[in-house]
Structure formats: C-alpha cells, structure tokens
Design a protein around this ligand. Structure first.
Ligand code: MRU
Length: 321
C-alpha cells in the first residue's frame, strides 16, 4: 500500500481517511491551510501520521514564505492531544536556519523513520504478546485505528497483527467500531480485509461482554501521548477497555513509536484532551439522531492510568515509566 502521507515534490499527498472504505482517494495539499483543514477533519489522523504531517506542514510554510514559525505554530496546534504533531513540527523547525532544503530533508527522514520504528515497536510487542498469552492462534481486540493508515506505513498496534498473521498465529480480530467517527469499522476493518485477516466488527459497548465470554486473549491499542509515569492518552473508550480487561485478566498492550512519549508531562492528568464538535454526535450520516441542540460530551481521547496497562512497547522494547 502507498504511504498514508507523503511528499510528491510539490505538495503533501494523503490517503483521504474521511472517504474510506467507500472510496480510496488521494488528496494533494498545497498550502498550510489545506493541511490544517485535513488534520482537523481527520482526513489524515493517527499520532505517527500526524508527526509526518507536522513536519511537512513546516515544508509548506517555508515554501509559502512569510512568518514560517507562526504558520508552523498553527499546524502544531491543529489538534492538541497527539504529541507527535508538535514533535514533527519542532524537528523540522530545528533545520529552518539551514534553509528550505534542510527542512524538507528532515521531513522526509521522519517519513522514512516512521515505518522502520513502527515495524520494530510492533515486532517487540508481538513477542511480548506471545509471552503473555498461552492460546494459539490468538484472538485479539483492537480499538480505533492504529494501523497503516494511522502511521506513515505499517502501523503500531495493528502492526502486531501483521507480524503475528505472517506466522499464522492470529485466529481473528474483534474490531471496536469506535464511535463516533468509526475509525475501527471504517479503517481498521478495511485494513484487515485487505490483508486477509479474519475479523468481526463489534459496537464499543460489546468489548466487556466479549471478554466476559472468554473470546479475547489480548487487547492491542496505540497511543496519542504517553506521560513520563506511563499513563496513556488514546482514543476515547480505551480507559473503559482497560478497566474491563483488568477485571477479566486480559492483558492490554500499548504500542507506539517513542515519539509518542512526552517526558515533559509527569502524568496523564497534564495531557490536553481534544473535545470535538457536538455535531459528530447529534447526527449520523447526515440524519439527526438527538433532540435538536442536545448537549454533548465529545472528548476525542481519554487517559488510561499506567497501572491498568500490561505493557507500553516502543521501538526500544518495553517502556519503563
Ligand atoms: O482521533 P484519531 O483518529 O486521530 O485517534 C487516533 C488514535 O487514538 C490512535 O489510537 C492513536 O493515534 C495511535 S495510532 C498508531
């Protein structure tokens, strides 16, 4: 599959994640404003992919001229929770004094690194999962999309599935649909189907019941920001999954490149959680599903305390808080 986000010599190219699975289409983003719009609409999403987006945002800003740092700052603030976005911006900005070509080279090296680091992190995690679970083949549970589409290539938590599937060790994956924007049923299920991995989509509310029935060997999730103490911000619903997993003695493994670790934050209490538009819950596929103007609580992420997480795994192996 082509990279989720890339540079074609003149523009940022992305696989439009608002269109999948109905349509596979590529968008070309030529300006900082177009990139910010794509980030906020989740046309490009997922923490590692946002790292690439941040760096390429600085490339677009250098080409446009004007106040590059102010434009870069707007890119960094397009979404607040995934630290990778501001990390990618900061890495590219470090090269600003060396000129536009140096900024581009840095952005391209972030894209190249991403696949390598995600392959390594998910490879370590696959070995850890095999050590934690006795059953073969494995029945895994995935929340949101932490696959190829959430990274530049390969995936983090879903990368574990790719490693294990290559060895014939995956029976099936239960895919949380991931309300309200359905990153699970639209994107993760699409990726699993492409790869020929057996899967079943379930409503998020079914996850605890699946664990109670004993059909989940391990929960695999990605991360948007990991605090120094090992608390993990990830897609809304991860915290509830972790509570259910602990109750049912099911391991929960978090997989992320080390760029997702934010050592400047002592704990998850300090992580800014994005609140998204009420419309995402008031309507579905253009049809109103609440009373008009219903009040809405729509956090995009939650924080799972470190003590509910079996392991956080990066390209360096198990992360020690
Ligand atoms: O709102 P999204 O779709 O960007 O949220 C993405 C997630 O929460 C992912 O689990 C996380 O970014 C890790 S992706 C490898």
């Amino acid at each position: 599959m082509r990279r989720t986000i890339d540079w074609d010599g003149d523009a940022v190219t992305i696989i439009d994640q608002t269109a999948l699975p109905a349509e596979y289409r590529i968008l070309r983003l030529r300006t900082v404003d177009e990139l910010i719009d794509a980030i906020t609409r989740l046309a490009v999403r997922g923490a590692p992919a946002l790292g690439g987006a941040g760096a390429l945002g600085v490339v677009l800003a250098t080409r446009a001229g004007g106040d590059v740092r102010a434009s870069a700052d707007r890119v960094a603030q397009a979404r607040p929770t995934a630290v990778n976005l501001s990390w990618g911006v900061a890495r590219a900005l470090e090269k600003l004094d060396e000129g536009a070509e140096a900024v581009l080279a840095e952005a391209l090296s972030i894209l190249d690194e991403d696949e390598r680091l995600n392959r390594a992190a998910s490879g370590h995690a696959a070995e850890i999962v095999l050590g934690l679970c006795d059953r073969r083949p494995l029945r895994l549970l995935s929340h949101c999309n932490a696959g190829h589409l959430a990274t530049v290539a390969w995936g983090s938590a879903l990368g574990v599935v790719w490693h294990l599937h290559q060895r014939g060790l995956v029976e099936s994956v239960l895919v949380d649909e991931t309300r309200p924007l359905l990153q699970g049923s639209r994107l993760t299920a699409w990726e699993l189907a492409q790869a020929g991995v057996p899967y079943r989509v379930q409503p998020d509310g079914a996850a605890a019941a699946a664990m109670a029935r004993g059909v989940v060997d391990c929960v695999l999730v990605g991360a948007d920001r990991i605090a120094a103490n090992g608390d993990v911000a990830n897609k809304i619903g991860t915290y509830g999954l972790a509570i259910a997993a602990r109750h049912h003695h099911v391991p929960l493994v978090v997989v992320a490149p080390s760029s997702t670790i934010d050592k400047s934050l002592a704990s998850g209490a300090d992580i800014a959680i994005e609140e998204r538009a009420p419309e995402e819950l008031r309507s579905y596929a253009g049809v109103t599903i609440t009373p008009p103007g219903a009040d809405v609580f729509n956090p995009a992420f939650d924080v799972t305390p470190a003590q509910l997480i079996t392991a956080v795994v990066t390209e360096h192996g198990r992360f020690s808080p």
